[in-house]
Every structure is written in C-alpha cells, then in structure tokens.
Design a protein around this ligand. Structure first.
Ligand code: HEM
Length: 382
C-alpha cells in the first residue's frame, strides 16, 4: 500500500514525465540492453528502430501515475499487456530488471530534479504496478495450453493476397490441440541464420477449428527502409516441412456475449482475427456486417473463405478499395451501420485512430466498440 505522501509525489511528477517520457524510456532501453543483452532475445528490434515500444512504455508509466489512486482504472490495459507478456514468456524475475533501469533513466534524464524523495516514491510505485502485472500473468500462465515455446511442423503455406501468407502448423509431439478462442494470436520464435538474437512476434489465428492444424496469417512488414525481420523471414525462408517454435494462444480481443448484431471492421491483415470471429459467430446464426478496407482487390486475403459465405443470409460483406475510393469515411459507414451493432475492429494504429474518431463523430458509444491495433494499444487508449 502506497503512503499518501508517495501518492502525492507520484501525481506531482506526472507533468515532468509527460515532458520527458519518451526520453526516459529511450535511455531506459539503451541502458537495460547494455546491462542485460540477453533481453535482446525478447524485445522487438523493429519496434525499437521505429520508436513504437518507447512510446508504449512511456504512456503506460504515465497512465499508471495518473491513476495511482485507483489503479483498477488501467486494468483493461494491464490485461491486454499481460496477455502479450505471457505469450512472450515474461516472468516475475524480469520485473526488477525493468524497475532498476527505469529508475536509472529517471535519475539520468531529470538530473538534480530527481530528489531522493522522488526516486523513492517511484521505486515504491513501480513495485506496486509490477505486482499487478505479475499477478495477472500468473493466472494466464496457469490457463495456458502449454508452457514455453513448443516445436510445430509447417504443413501448409498459402499466398492469401499480394502481401499476406497463411501458415498451417501441427505440434511435432503429435498432441491434439484445443479449439482456439476466435480473435486470439500465437507467438512465433525464430532465430534467422546469421542473426545474433531470437526474435518473437505475435500473429493472429485464422480459425477456431484446429482439427486440420493451427492456421495463422502473416503480412510482409515493410515500412520505408525498415523491413520486419520475422515477417520477411517467414515469407522468404519458411517452407512446408520446416519446424518453428510457438507459445500458446493468447489475447483478450474476443467477442463478448451479446444480443446485438455484430459489425466487424478491418484494414489489411487486420482481417485475420475478424475472419476467425466471423466463422465462429456466423455458425451461431448471428447477424454480421463484415466491412473490410484494402488498397485494392489484390490486397484482399482469404477470398476463398469470403466466397464460402456468399449464400449465407446472415452475413453481409462491404469492401472499400482505397486506391480508387479513398479511405473508409463517416459518410460510407453511416450508410452501413445502424447504431445497433456491437463493433469489433482490427488494423494498423493509424486505421484504428481514424475509425475511432469517425465512430465518436457518429455518436457511437465506446461501450460498444472493441478494437485491437497491430502495434501497442496504449498509444491509442491513453
Ligand atoms: C510490451 C508495458 C514490464 C517486455 C509491452 C507493452 C506495454 C508494456 C504497454 C505494449 C503492449 C502492446 O503491444 O499493446 C510494461 C510495463 C511494465 C512492463 C508497464 C512494468 C510494470 C515488462 C518486463 C519485460 C517486458 C519486466 C521483460 C523484461 C515486453 C516486451 C513487449 C512488451 C518484450 C513486446 C513489445 C516489444 O517487443 O517491443 N509492455 N511492460 N515488459 N513488454 Fe512490457
């Protein structure tokens, strides 16, 4: 339990952190990797290059500081992060390493302004925040289908669109997999030849039915000069018959029980978890509007599966091709949505931000909007 004095100090330092948040986390990462190079096997170096993870951690620290009187306010975000941590095999013993390096970075960036009182307050607060994560992750480890990274054989690789491939894998040990919850992801661990570290990435699962193997989809990630190391490795190097390592399915972006009709809105490869949800919910007879935005027709994945829904009256598809028609807009969505739907969305951080702004503008309550960006979620919600 934090003392009143500690809480006051934490709250008073929020503006300072807001000013220096990104700088603090940059120093934090650089120092932590110098002291603990083994953690380079866990963190995403492409995110580091693009500054994605820096922002996520900075914002989470700020969110925690703002809510220090009622930490339960950040719990939905903690739950989402805890799923990712569990999938990456983050363990309680990792938390003190992050804590020490965070405090080192606060001291270094704030200089003399970081009084012993401020440092003590943040040390205490970090430990309280870390405990919330550790407890939630302990529960997730208990329910996981398997522990650690387990070898799987690639039994099918298929081009789903110009830049998306699907991979079907089966456990090498021959065990029968449990059905997956629609919307979840698996985490792949690879170690490309010539690279000094393991690399871990999350990819959405395409189907809940795993009787023919577990299927996930991967978009070749290229952002300017930066090529996603794992997606390009999977696209270029992994073939049928190869083995890869996976941790157990994770993720809390799943459809909640509701009597309302459903709308699934996706951009690009964000279609993958929604395709899994579509299969599961359509089978239960739910009314579903499936709205998908892609650059053009060549970029649309899972065309065979989409065709298989054509005769099913309860599912309606809407496609938006931005090459000719521009982005999904308020005008377009107003023609499709009635305001009654429970909405699930997935796509890039930019796509999510633009859609949330449109839905806000349309007066859709955030209580009925659920989303999962490909990228840190806190950068949108905080
Ligand atoms: C991801 C916060 C502790 C390793 C994340 C994300 C956040 C976050 C916000 C992004 C989630 C998303 O993608 O939406 C925190 C906070 C921590 C903490 C507030 C302490 C209280 C740790 C520890 C480790 C760790 C102890 C391991 C040493 C990672 C990794 C990722 C991640 C590897 C995936 C993103 C990447 O590789 O760039 N964390 N984390 N975190 N966290 Fe943590």
């Amino acid at each position: 339990m934090l003392s009143q004095e500690t809480r006051e100090i934490i709250k008073a330092t929020v503006p300072v952190l807001e000013q220096h948040g990104t700088e603090i986390t940059s120093v934090f990462y650089a120092h932590m990797f110098e002291e603990h190079p083994e953690l380079l096997n866990v963190f995403n170096k492409t995110n580091q290059k693009l500054g994605r993870q820096q922002t996520a951690l900075a914002q989470t620290v700020l969110a925690a500081a703002k809510h220090i009187d009622h930490l339960e306010a950040i719990i939905p975000n903690v739950n989402q992060i805890a799923h990712k941590h569990r999938a990456l095999e983050i363990k309680p013993e990792h938390y003190p390493i992050v804590g020490e390096n965070l405090i080192y970075a606060i001291k270094k960036v704030l200089g003399e302004a970081a009084t012993p009182e401020i440092i003590n307050a943040w040390t205490e607060a970090y430990s309280v925040i870390a405990d919330v994560f550790i407890q939630m992750e302990a529960a997730l480890y208990k329910e996981a289908e398997w522990q650690g990274f387990k070898p799987f054989k690639v039994v099918r690789v298929k081009d789903e669109s110009a830049h998306i491939k699907s991979f079907v894998v089966e456990p090498v040990d021959g065990t029968q997999l449990k059905p997956v919850v629609a919307g979840q992801y698996i985490t792949v661990k690879v170690h490309p030849e010539g690279d000094s570290n393991d690399m871990l990435r999350h990819y959405s699962i395409c189907h809940t039915d795993v009787s023919q193997g577990l299927e996930f989809a991967v978009k070749r990630d290229v952002q300017g000069d930066v090529k996603g190391a794992v997606s390009n490795y999977l696209h270029d190097r992994v073939k049928e018959g190869d083995e890869i390592l996976l941790s157990a399915p994770a993720g809390e972006f799943v459809v909640a029980d509701t009597d309302r009709p459903l709308a699934f809105i996706s951009g690009g490869v964000g279609m993958t978890p929604l395709m899994a949800m579509l299969h599961a919910q359509a089978a239960e007879g739910k009314d579903i509007k499936f709205i998908h935005s892609a650059y053009n027709r060549d970029e649309v994945a899972f065309k065979d599966e989409i065709t298989s829904f054509h005769h099913k009256g309860n599912v309606q598809f809407y496609f938006n091709y931005s090459e000719n028609a521009g982005r999904l807009s308020k005008e377009k969505l107003e023609k499709i949505l009635t305001g009654e739907e429970e909405i699930y969305m997935c796509g890039s951080v930019g796509f999510m931000e633009s859609l949330l702004a449109i839905l806000d503008d349309m007066g859709v309550s955030r209580d009925h909007v659920h989303f999962e960006p490909f990228g840190p979620k806190m950068s949108i919600t905080a």
